[in-house]
Every structure is written in C-alpha cells, then in structure tokens.
Design a protein around this ligand. Sequence first.
Ligand code: NFS
Length: 670
Amino acid sequence: MAKKRTISEFSTDPAAQQMLIRAEELGIGTAFTRADAMSPCNIGDTGMCCKNCGMGPCRLTKNGDVGICGATLDTIQARNLTRAIAAGAAAHSDHGRGMAMTLKATANGEAEGYAIRDVAKLGTIAALYEIPIEGRSPEEIANDLADLYLSQFGQQEGRVVLTKRAPTKRQKRWEEAGVIPRGIDREIVECLHRTHIGDDQDPVHILQHAVRTAIGDGWGGSLLATDISDILFGTPAPILGQANLGVLKDDYVNVVVHGHEPTLSEMIVAASQMPEIIEYAQAAGAKGVNLSGICCTANEILMRQGIPAAGNFLQQELAILTGAVEAMVVDVQCIMQALVVLAKNFHTRIITTSPKVKITGATHIEFDEHHALTIAKEILKNAIDNYKNRGAIQIPDIREDLIPGFSHEYINYMLGGSYRASFRPLNDAIMTGRIRGVAAIVGCNNPRGQHDYLHTHVARELLKQDVLIVETGCGAIAAGKLGLMLGEAGLSEVGSGLREVCETVGIPPILHMGSCVDNSRILTVLTQMVEEGGLGDDIDQVPAVGLAPEWMSEKALSIGTYCVASGAYVIFGGTSPVGGMPDRVADSDIVARYISQGWEELYGGKLEFIPDPQKMIEATLAHIDKKRAALGLPEWEPNKFGRSGDARMTELEKLPLAQKREAIYGVAAD
Ligand code: NFS
C-alpha cells in the first residue's frame, strides 16, 4: 500500500496547497491522491513488459527471461522507448501540421480572423528555403512556405528540409549515423512498423530509428510549428504577465484555456476583447471575461499577449476546485480525463474543441480555422451563460509577476540592439566565466513527486553557480510562479557573475522561451551560439545541459532524444523507462548504457535518468566544467566577477569623493 502524503508533500506551491486542502475538505480526489492510491507497476515503469501482440503481455522479471516470441529485455525496452518517442513526435508534429494548414488557409483568405502578423519573420524563414520574396505579397510567400512545410510530413525520400538549419558539422554527423529524417510522418510510421511483433529485434538498430524520428520532431514538426506560430501571431518579445491560481477573478467570467495549440486560444483572446462579448458578460452580471491559461496553451498566449497563466500541468484540476471557472476550454495534449468528473462538483463546463479530442461528458464545440472567430465567440457566450450557476468560490490570493517572451530573435536583439544584433556578448560572458554555462530546464510536472519542487530547487541551485537558465513548458510556469522571471526580483539569489550580466543586459536570470514545441527555439539559440564563434563548431561543445526534472509525457522523451541527437547532455528526473532489474549488473543494461555512452560516442550528447536532485545538479555542473575545459576556457571561479555594473556603482557610492575619483579615473583628487 502506497504511503499517503501530506498536502505540503504534494506541492511546494502555496496556491496549489490551498486548493488541495479544499479538495480534501470536499472529499474530492485529484491526481495527487490518485498517485498515492495507485502504486506504479514496477515491471511496466522500467519498460520490462511487452504488450505488442496477443501472446502476451510478457513480463520479464528475472535476469535472462525472454518473451513468448523470444524477445529479450533489451529488445523490449528499446521497442517501448521507441514507441513512446514516436507518440511524442507525433503529438508535436501533428500540432505543426495544423499550424501549416492554418497558414495555408490564411494565405488564401480562407481563415476567418487570422492574419500574417510577422511579415519580417515570414521573409527571414522563406529566404532560408530560397522562396522568392521580391515583389511578392506576404500571402503569396506564406502560401509557398505552407506548401513546403506541408510537404515535409508526407515526403518519402530526401531529407526534412529544416534539418539544414542545424550546424554544418552536426548535419554531417547525422548523415554518417544515417539518422537524417526523410519525412516527418514516414519516420513515425516506421517506428510503429519496426516495433511490431517479429520486426526489428536489435535494440541498437531500433533506437537508431528512434533518433531519426525525434530529429524529425525537433528539427521538423516542432521547429515549423514555432516558425508558423510566430508568423501568424507575432514573434514573442518581453511582456509583463502573471502566473498562478490567483489570476482568476471573482467578479469576472473566468475562462481557462488549456492544451497546446495557439490557433483557437489566440482567437479566444481576440474575441474576449470585443465589445459584443464584454457587453454580453456585463448583461450577465460580470465585469467582463477574464482569460487565463494552463499548460502550453498558457505559454503561447502568455508569451505573445501577456494573458496570465493560471498554472501548470498539475494545476488543471486545482483551477476548477476554486469554483470560479465558468469554462475550461481544451484542445489537445496533457488534458486529464478526470476534469469532467471533477467539474461535476462545481458549475464548470469542460469544452472540448479539437476534432481529435472528445471526452465523455464534456461539451464539444468543434473548432475549425475557417470560422475561428465565430466559434471563439460561441464558446465565450457559452461560458458567460454559465456565470449565473456559480456557487461558493475560493480563489487563492497568490500570483506572481513575470516577464516571458524571450524568443531567440529577441535574445539576439537584446544582446546587441537593432544595428549589431548578435550572440557575441553571451558567448563572451561564457568564455570569460561570468556565465559558467547554460541549462535548459523544461518539461512537465509529475504527481509521483512533489509538484514544482525539482524544477525550482534545481533552478535555484544552478543560478547560484552562475548558470544562465532558459525554460519552456510547465517548468517555465513553475519558475514564473516563484518570481524568478522578473528582472530585479530574482537576482538576489544569483551568482555574482551571472548577476552582472543580467543587470547589464536587463534580463531575468531565467528566460522564458515558450511552450514545449518551442524547445526548437533552444536548438536555434545553441546553433547561433556555435555560429557566433568561440564555443566550438558544434552544439556538443557548448557548455550546456538540458534537464526535465519532473517529466511524465511521451513528448518529453522525444524532446530529450532530439536534444541528445543535437549534442546536448540531457538529464531526466523520476524513473527511467529503461531502468534495469535490481539484480542486473549495470554494464549488461544494454539500453540504458546505449542511450548514454552509445549516443555520446555518436552524437556527443547523452540521455540519463537521475532521480536525486543533488546528483542532478552535480552532473550538470560537472558536464559544464568538462565542456569549458575542452574548449580551453578558464576554470569557473565563484565570486571572480560581480564588482562592476550595479554592484560596483553601489560600492562606489559609499566612498568619499576623493577615493571615488581615484577608483573611477585612476587619479587622486587634487
Ligand atoms: Ni510539455 Fe506542454 Fe506540461 Fe509536459 Fe504537458 S503541457 S507540451 S508535456 S505537462 S511540459
């Protein structure tokens, strides 16, 4: 029987804790209590169960066990991991396909309410593929780009064209390893084929294809999804936002958008600001419509419109527990089926919108990009009509300001300005040791652990060590809730060198780079750092680490794999889906060893599962230092920097005038 945890063991977030207390008082279960009641299967969670055919499921529990067909543990683990990566890649890439279809419809004047907002980015991206720009309208260019991107899904031969955006040396490595994706869909389908009973049975060979599929996600489906979102809705730039359940308002109609795709949520944002909708809400007795987001939909509209995030993955149920949500509008991915049952205790309507996602008991209002604005208004009116049914509410008075919006375009601009935009200052700061290295902390929450603890603990510890952090997904929302994404507010806990850089450039020590699909922005940043010079000629030489401390989704596994294939050391927390049997000698653990040492030899990056936060931090710093040494950079020294910028000014302020002059001009006063 699993141990029952206390409320503070469930979550570090005080707003979440308040709602968990309310759930307990009302006798309502949540993912947290269900996680306590349901112990994970210790065979399945380490990938030791095969249910790919009707002879099984075969559970391999002892060293040397094989399945009925003779499949070994290594083959079964490789198959299971590959299937998970295929599902993750499919989710991201299908999102990308939807974006490309919306771009096509917009270009042809068939998508109500949409426009090409970032013509400059459209031009930049089109030029990468030699799409003619001169003398053509944005719509004509967008139509060609949409056609090119749509063709990447069903392409049978050749290479996914976006892979050419990786550093040259990286592309050569992929060519040598035979992992350049031919078509985004083709690789996903082949994962399913190869892992069918009686197909590919060499674990290393199976996993080679998993890498190819994941590259088709990171340097294919996800990258094009980010490109098109920016073209249609604008490339993010810093904007003030807020995060946590306290963004819900007691006198407004609260509509929470949850899921992943910005296509519908952007239209809901537009519709919520229309006089027609505001008047409709006022007629219902509310002051207006208050929009907020959960999960990556939250990140999409937070980054671009400053719409507040009500919370991350584990707060979807908690938002409903406030009793103040008139409608939770969901599209695809990371939506708990439990929402519908939970909502029955309140007046909240769960509205599904995707043709791909229905939940029994939910209201379905299907989204169609050709009539998006009309549908968005219908959804909002449905929510407003529900305002009168609201019962007792309890909204935690907890929210934090944050500044999201750090697209790679903006980072480039902020470091050098319009006329000399460049990554030079960032590279220089790493080369001198002001910044020790970079960590990307991304990914989900997992109710098996303490909500937000790993995300925020690891981030805080790395900041003290002068590690600049970029974040996406639910990890980014966790950091935002903690106040680490505000210029001055986060800096008191930051190492002196990093602090100096943040003060000089005027940035928070943790940069919010968007949704999980936007991990493609991190790939672009790494590529630009390499191209800038001084940090080697490929991504695996950059002192950088990727972490998904609280991962749970298959998408996270795809992201981890394409980051490794791109050259990054990637550390996941929690349980390894390819963990071994307790009595197995580590060296005979073929799959776990292969995705670490094997992938490192091939790609310079490796994937490891390290549940202990302290070890996770140590491994991150050791890797960063190893990469610094390999580049011949000076060893990082704590407190070496930090006596210039604001800190120096404050120091000088305290000196008598004569000494101040001497310190500044090097000459004593006369
Ligand atoms: Ni990423 Fe975003 Fe969150 Fe995990 Fe789910 S919302 S796509 S999968 S849970 S970070």
